[in-house]
Design a binder for this molecule. Sequence first.
Ligand code: ATP
Length: 353
Amino acid sequence: MLDLRITKQLGDFHLDVTFDAPAGVTAIFGRSGSGKTSVVNAIAGLSLPDAGRIAIGEQVLFDTKNRINLRPQKRRTGYVFQDARLFPHMSVRQNLAYGGRHDWDRIIATLGLESLLDRRPAGLSGGEKQRVALGRALASDPQILLMDEPLAALDAPRKAEILPYLERLRDEVQIPIIYVSHDVSEVARLATTLVILDAGRVVANGPLGEVLSQPGTVPLLGVREAGAVIQTKIAGRLQDDGLTELAFSGGRLMLPGQFGKLGDRVRLRIAAQDVILATTRPAGISALNVLPVTITAMEQGRGPGVAVRLLAGEDPLLARVTRRSAQRMGLSVGQQVFAIIKATAVRPEDVGH
Ligand SMILES: Nc1ncnc2c1ncn2[C@@H]1O[C@H](COP(=O)(O)OP(=O)(O)OP(=O)(O)O)[C@@H](O)[C@H]1O
């Protein structure tokens, strides 16, 4: 567990950040200039906070009160940057060995590096280079992995290619992974914990599903990007229709596509704008997914929209409706309504594991 509490003045910019990061992926999300890189650099020891404390488990990396400031080399951090920064004259095998020899075979298997070992970085795709950079960072046996926008330089197909490796890594390694990103769909796919920064401060922080379903996050994520993430399991297949049935605490959803075997876990992001609300169970509509839900919070935005937090079973969902609709329907907290999710609204990149 990372335990961080720091302040730093950078010109006119004041950074004042406190959060904990358990094992798994803690995504630090925020728009450009919100302070994400400054936080990661403080963990790595590349920049010195004015005050605060940074500890990983029992080990204190930095503490102004007790005058502790471990040098970067002593912090055992694995750092992966936006560009892979591999040594061009070395093979993949040599690049990995430069990191170290820790858990070598498992790292190679987890990141699918077997077939790349004898190649040089110049011959690798952007996604392959990042996998090697990640392997090199892990081979040094870090106690924390820091990833600063590792996919930002990749095009959509390369991103789609590398995301399953990152999902596997998240589920296999025991150390905290700090993942900086300004891409909501990436965060929704990977994060266990989400920290949202705005102008140098933490404005939301907690388990991913909880944070993403808070109506207050809508303006921070953007109205089109806002939406909840739910964990489901594959419960069935309708072969003829090409539909998969996913079960979660709130009921069952039918989605087009194949997402794995029966019983596999599937993580699904449902954009707030793709959820329609009805006060009575609708009949005669084409949408396949109608879930009984309870309204648990509502928040009016600056524009014409109202963000509505819903509970489907034990899982929170988020819907965005116009203020006019909310008034006309008489929506209020505690009310039982129906959420309608169009089967084709969930994009392939919003389905993960
Ligand atoms: N050495 C410095 N002196 C003055 N201001 C700085 C310095 N370093 C960073 N800043 C300012 O601090 C703010 C936060 O920068 P930081 O790079 O941490 O943000 P970020 O969220 O990582 O942004 P991006 O996504 O664009 O990388 C910015 O406004 C930046 O201009």
